[in-house]
Design a protein around this ligand. Structure first.
Ligand SMILES: [Zn+2]
Length: 253
């Protein structure tokens, strides 16, 4: 089974009493331990360009490759996640909501969550100088499959253009807000000129995966370092294999 992983994070920082949407928060101390563990096991950052070439059969990448993805573009990425990434030698891609740069993540309010601050243009440009990559997370953070065709198309295309103007480079990677996508949305994304689209479906990366529906493993607030290691190493083995592993362990005792 493949050990190539795309990991999904949202907010990294210091949080209290997170009881809902746990997969969108990660304590910075735990985040550092997770990076430390990956470093110890020889994992290296690759880019989504590398993953795209791998899925297209044009490039081989090492077995222990990882892409760290951060949705929404929170200011706490700048404050907490980035320094930790620098320290442990990992890179990342941050998916920005093009219409909300420097604004608040107001869509969180609907779920009763604090509308956290999103990064400013200046912060984004500074991170770019340090090799952080940016992708599009749409213009208005919409559930794309629930929109009229032209609303979805406009959101996907407009966000690309706005971010390209801001960054001064091509934006090639898209992240479906809420992981919400279908064949039609994937097609619009491809036609808009994106190479990849990431989802919230959980799996490691194998060569049969569609570049417009790349699965990711969400790292949750509740993941201890053991839980994280389990997710990283084993979480997508077919159930039967898991059972037989468990059986072997039991038998050897
Ligand atoms: Zn989002």
């Amino acid at each position: 089974m493949s050990q190539i992983n795309v990991l999904m994070y949202h907010q990294v920082g210091k949080f209290k009493n997170i009881t809902t949407h746990k997969a969108t928060y990660c304590d910075v101390g735990r985040f550092r331990s997770q990076l430390g563990l990956m470093k110890m096991y020889g994992y290296k950052s690759v880019t989504l360009d590398d993953i795209y070439l791998y899925l297209s059969g044009k490039k081989e990448i090492p077995e222990k490759s990882v892409v760290l993805t951060f949705d929404d573009g929170y200011e706490n990425f700048y404050e907490y996640a980035f320094p930790a990434l620098q320290e442990y030698g990992f890179s990342a891609i941050v998916y920005l909501v093009a219409g909300k740069i420097g604004d608040k993540a107001d869509w969180l309010e609907k779920d009763g969550h604090f509308p956290a601050q999103l990064m400013s243009v200046q912060q984004i440009r500074e991170l770019k100088k340090y090799g952080i990559l940016f992708g599009s997370h749409g213009y208005d953070h919409l559930r794309l499959t629930q929109q009229e065709y032209y609303v979805a198309k406009n959101d996907i295309e407009k966000s690309k253009k706005v971010l390209e103007d801001l960054l001064g480079e091509e934006v090639k990677h898209f992240c479906y807000p809420y992981g919400d996508h279908n064949i039609e949305i994937m097609k619009i994304t491809q036609e808009a000129g994106y190479l990849t689209g990431v989802t919230c479906e959980r799996s490691s990366i194998t060569q049969d995966i569609d570049p417009l529906a790349i699965p990711r493993k969400a790292v949750s607030f509740g993941d201890s370092i053991l839980g994280f290691a389990w997710k990283l190493f084993f979480k997508n083995k077919p159930k039967r294999k898991l059972l037989s592993l468990y059986q072997e362990e039991k038998d050897s005792k």
